[in-house]
Design a protein around this ligand. Structure first.
Ligand SMILES: *[C@@H]1O[C@H](CO)[C@@H](O)[C@H](O)[C@H]1NC(C)=O
Ligand SMILES: *[C@@H]1O[C@H](CO)[C@@H](O)[C@H](O)[C@H]1NC(C)=O
Ligand SMILES: *[C@@H]1O[C@H](CO)[C@@H](O)[C@H](O)[C@H]1NC(C)=O
Length: 489
């Protein structure tokens, strides 16, 4: 708790100092800039403040490839019938509503927490505040936490590696939790004025001895005789985190359940068919959570995998009354979004309107071109903005980015699966770099505040030569301000 105390005092001194600061630019020659945060400086931005006072003005906030970051100006709102000559018209109506927006977030992986803990306290404070501070940060409200090791760990482990310990007698959180993830989560909650983060727990693999292949990776499934012990493991995880004052909002049944069905899959995974997961949810995980009244309200998110699986997995799991009764939401990863259209999201919403859709993982650099980490890549920022806007227009309620922070090589990752992150830490210099992706996320999460209602919108774009249509999402915030987020590629 020592770190948390230090960070809270740092927060109080900043509260009374100058809050809003512009980007400290650095250009690495990859098309756009990054903003550098160090012990003495970090960029912070005001949002729209409280409810708007003057209906005759609108606030415009822009970020551009040539280096603007959340640059704000005010323009008069002219109410006239200008539609005829306008080049670009967005129309929407408060009565044409879609889903309630939950918010955005990032993932407290072992790697993210390792990079975080390598920084001095004042730099750590800037990192968590940049993401989670509701006023001057980008107002993150969600977070995902791997339950034990994943590829973004520096060793292979679970919380129950003692062979045949079916009593869970040796179940134990590890140094990765106590010395890295838990301190970072505490800071993200208590040092930023956020206090409650909607955390989502996801397992990558059961202990090797519970699996058909006796490995944490590769092609292997949970042995049927261990289904109930594996459900008990989820509850133990929730209890151990509860003991250190961390409450989980949701869990997913398995990170990317398809991975472990593939031969030679190279990092932590465990394979499930949709029907096996249906059985596990209906007979083990669902009842076990409900039987522990303390965790009876923890949301159960199914699938946690690519769009391509939506039709099959919802049909099998939500088509079964017993399993469907335990499921609250459907988790998606973005990796095949460019190849597989978003219509399946709306179709799924129409079939199961009571189950929320949420993105639980996305990152750039997984196809490393020109490298896993590209400092200042504007294209990667655009890709984030495009995907989030598209998803919000197809009933998705929230979007969780992958690692909150990675090192200069996009790790650590024991399996060599380095990727990019909106925040890259340079531990040697005790500084970090906010990538264009950070601002793309911020344009959504900072201005479309949680519990906003997404409105249907129609865009009329006159310029036929514009190869790429402008992407738009429109929302009505709880403070009754309208926000439109536009991406002009
Ligand atoms: C665990 O149980 C299996 C199956 O009963 C047995 O073959 C194995 O020797 C046991 N391992 C240990 C360390 O007791
Ligand atoms: C849940 O509780 C019910 C009623 O006490 C019991 O019958 C059932 O076996 C329990 N299920 C699990 C998975 O713990
Ligand atoms: C990281 O910091 C070290 C030490 O200041 C510096 O030499 C190096 O150039 C930095 N790396 C990047 C990518 O800025």
């Amino acid at each position: 708790m020592k770190t948390t105390t230090l960070l809270i005092s740092a927060f109080l001194s900043l509260l009374h100092g100058q809050l809003v600061k512009s980007c400290q630019e650095r250009d690495y020659g990859w098309g756009s800039i990054v903003c550098v945060c160090d012990a003495n400086y970090c960029d912070y931005y005001s949002g729209l403040g409280d409810a708007p006072t003057d209906p005759s003005t609108a606030t415009i906030t822009i970020s551009t490839k040539d280096g603007s970051r959340f640059e704000t100006s005010t323009i008069p709102v002219i109410l006239s019938n200008f539609q005829e000559e306008a080049e670009f018209v967005i129309s929407f109506s408060d009565s044409d509503t879609k889903q309630i927006f939950q918010g955005l977030g990032g993932s407290f992986t072992d790697a993210a927490a390792f990079n975080y803990m390598a920084l001095s306290d004042d730099v750590k404070y800037h990192l968590v505040s940049s993401y989670y501070n509701p006023d001057v940060g980008i107002n993150y409200v969600l977070g995902r936490v791997p339950m034990g090791g994943a590829d973004f760990s520096w060793r292979l482990y679970t919380y129950l590696d003692t062979e045949n310990d079916t009593e869970l007698a040796t179940f134990s959180l590890q140094e990765e939790d106590y010395d890295y993830k838990i301190p970072m989560i505490h800071d993200a909650m208590f040092a930023t004025n956020r206090f409650y983060i909607k955390l989502i727990g996801s397992p990558w693999s059961a202990p090797a001895w519970m699996k058909t292949n006796n490995e944490l990776y590769g092609q292997g499934k949970l042995k049927p005789e261990y289904y109930q012990i594996w459900a008990d493991y989820f509850v133990r995880f929730l209890e151990e985190y509860f003991n250190v004052y961390i409450d989980f909002w949701a869990i997913t049944g398995q990170n990317e359940p398809l991975d472990g069905l593939l031969p030679n899959f190279e990092f932590n995974c465990m394979g499930w068919t949709a029907d096996e997961m249906r059985k596990f949810i209906a007979e083990n995980l669902g009842p076990t959570l409900k039987n522990h009244s303390q965790f009876g309200n923890v949301k159960l998110i199914m699938m946690d995998d690519q769009r391509t699986q939506l039709e099959l997995w919802t049909r099998v799991i939500l088509g079964d009354e017993a399993a469907a009764g335990f499921v609250d939401g459907i988790g998606l990863h973005w990796y095949l979004d460019s190849w597989f259209g978003p219509e399946i999201l709306s179709e799924t919403h129409d079939l199961y309107p009571e189950k929320f859709l949420i993105y639980t993982e996305a990152c750039e650099g997984d196809i490393p071109n020109p490298a896993a980490v590209v400092l200042g890549s504007w294209e990667r920022g655009e890709h984030y903005a495009f995907d989030i806007i598209e998803n919000l227009n197809h009933w998705v309620t929230g979007w969780v980015d992958w690692n909150l922070a990675l090192d200069l090589e996009g790790g650590p990752n024991w399996a060599g699966n380095q990727v990019d992150s909106p925040v890259i830490v340079n531990a040697t210099a005790n500084e970090f770099y906010k990538q264009p992706m950070f601002y793309a996320l911020g344009h959504i999460s900072k201005f479309i505040t949680p519990d906003s209602i997404i409105l249907k919108n129609h865009v009329l774009q006159a310029d036929p030569d514009n190869a790429k249509p402008v992407q738009v999402v429109v929302a009505l915030r709880p403070d009754e301000t309208h926000v439109a987020v536009l991406l002009n590629e």
